[in-house]
Design a protein around this ligand. Structure first.
Ligand code: NAG
Ligand code: NAG
Ligand code: NAG
Ligand code: NAG
Length: 418
């Protein structure tokens, strides 16, 4: 005799256990991160005065994810200071190459700065996870970061992915200014026109970082498979700037395509180089929101792996002439060219934040007050966080972006050519 009831009960029960444990893990990640991190949530009145104004010509809000590995805490902190603005949100993550101690220290460095604490907009992911940039674990981590940021804040407009090897080529006043008048549904995804990237799409790989505690190289399966015919694959730069709506669409999965594609790509090498590209080209509601540019300065080598060249001072002029907002990658221990960018582009003193209207005192307190003070505040007092004063780089990016956006709307050839 069949016993459908008991087996379905059993199945249902197991599902329930699974759902419960997933919920616990997720809450764990968030509560650990916010617990790890500080918080400026103490005084509600003060906090609301510090909440950024939106709409009506006010600048947008960016949600940054900065990911790094063992030994990169200092670089992450330096990058954070170079791109800090109280309007934005910053999610910092150290992968499983780092210890819990390293994560704790990073959270402590954030907690010990009054400005980060007061605005409560810097978060450290408390959980350890293995992440292989070439594999699906990197895509999983990106989507996880996006989901955490969706949960942490309801007000951001764009999600920007960075690594510890990235550095800005303009300050946040410039970038916020440039994005102010841009339609909030504009996605920045760079498509490659090189043939060759598709060659690895028929390979089958296994990314052990999905199920091991530590990063391990991809395993290539000997057999190949046929290319999909239910959808067309597109590809390009893994670095993107994506709108909140598009992230919502990818993360929540009420349309099944983002989820199906995610599962297909879990066995494909370099899935981050095609996930967002393929979704946006396959979704009529987002296709016309596309700008074929990642706003990064990256020199892709023409070798088989298409790795990026490490940048140094010899690239400085080209880098700035490109008009890009960020450049990557820089040497692991911080190339001297970063000091040059700090000095000539960001006007940032060593260890300090970038001056802007939100904090008029930056840089001045150093000379006026006791210069011996090592515990000097990053920002002694704040000004207007809803107003930005761009420099020439911000002004020219603001002129350039709408042209790109219009081009993207009228000829989304990048979705047809490949
Ligand atoms: C790819 O695009 C670049 C810049 O737009 C162009 O210079 C190059 O000729 C293109 N290559 C191919 C193979 O179409
Ligand atoms: C699978 O594809 C790779 C690269 O495209 C090729 O070198 C290899 O010979 C293929 N293997 C089989 C079994 O077809
Ligand atoms: C900078 O990089 C270029 C090309 O990658 C290399 O040829 C050059 O030697 C490097 N210069 C320094 C100072 O490291
Ligand atoms: C650099 O910052 C200082 C202190 O905020 C300011 O006085 C100075 O005008 C800035 N220099 C430039 C070139 O923006």
């Amino acid at each position: 005799m069949r016993t459908p009831n008991s087996s379905s009960w059993c199945f249902g029960y197991r599902l329930w256990i699974l759902a419960l444990s997933v919920t616990l893990v997720l809450l764990g990640a968030i509560s650990r991160s916010s617990h790890n991190v500080f918080s400026g949530y103490g005084n509600k009145n003060q906090l609301s005065m510090r909440a950024p104004l939106k709409g009506n010509g006010n600048p947008p809000i960016f949600a940054y994810w900065i990911c790094g590995t063992k030994g990169e805490s200092e670089k992450i902190l330096r990058l954070l200071k170079a791109i800090y603005h109280p309007r934005n949100h910053y999610l910092l993550q150290l992968d499983s190459g780092s210890s819990d101690y390293d994560r704790g220290q990073l959270a402590l460095s954030i907690q010990s700065e009054r400005v980060f604490q007061s605005f409560g907009n810097v978060y450290v992911v408390g959980k350890s996870s293995a992440l292989n940039q070439m594999g699906s674990s990197a895509l999983a981590a990106t989507l996880n970061a996006a989901a955490l940021l969706l949960k942490l804040s309801a007000d951001w407009d764009w999600f920007i992915t960075l690594s510890a090897s990235d550095y800005p080529l303009m300050n946040q006043d410039d970038l916020l200014h440039a994005f102010t008048s841009l339609p909030r549904n504009t996605n920045f995804i760079h498509f490659t026109n090189k043939t060759g990237w598709k060659e690895h799409m028929d390979r089958i790989v296994d990314d052990p970082s999905l199920y091991l505690q530590h990063v391990a190289p991809l395993l290539y399966i000997v057999e190949n498979r046929t290319m999909p015919d239910a959808f067309k694959i597109f590809g390009g730069s893994p670095w993107t700037i994506l709108t909140r709506d598009f992230i919502d669409y990818c993360v929540k999965g009420w349309d099944n395509f983002p989820r199906k594609l995610l599962m297909y790509l879990s066995n494909v090498p370099f899935p981050l180089e095609s996930y967002f590209h393929t979704i946006i080209c396959s979704s009529p509601e987002f296709q016309n929101s596309l700008v074929n540019n990642d706003l990064r300065y990256i020199i892709w080598d023409t070798n088989a792996l298409g790795e990026a060249q490490v940048l140094n001072v010899s690239h400085y002029d080209q880098m700035l002439a490109s008009g890009a907002a960020f450049a990557r990658p820089f040497r692991a221990d911080g190339d001297p060219v970063l000091n040059k960018i700090d000095e000539s582009v960001l006007n940032r003193t060593s260890g300090g934040l970038v001056p802007g209207e939100w904090c008029p005192g930056i840089g001045r307190s150093k000379s006026l007050e006791n210069p011996a003070a090592g515990q000097e505040e990053l920002c002694p007092s704040w000004g207007n966080i809803n107003h930005v004063t761009p420099g020439p780089r911000g002004v020219s990016l603001r002129e350039f972006l709408p042209k790109l956006a219009v081009e993207g709307r009228f000829k989304n050839s990048h979705c047809q050519e490949q």
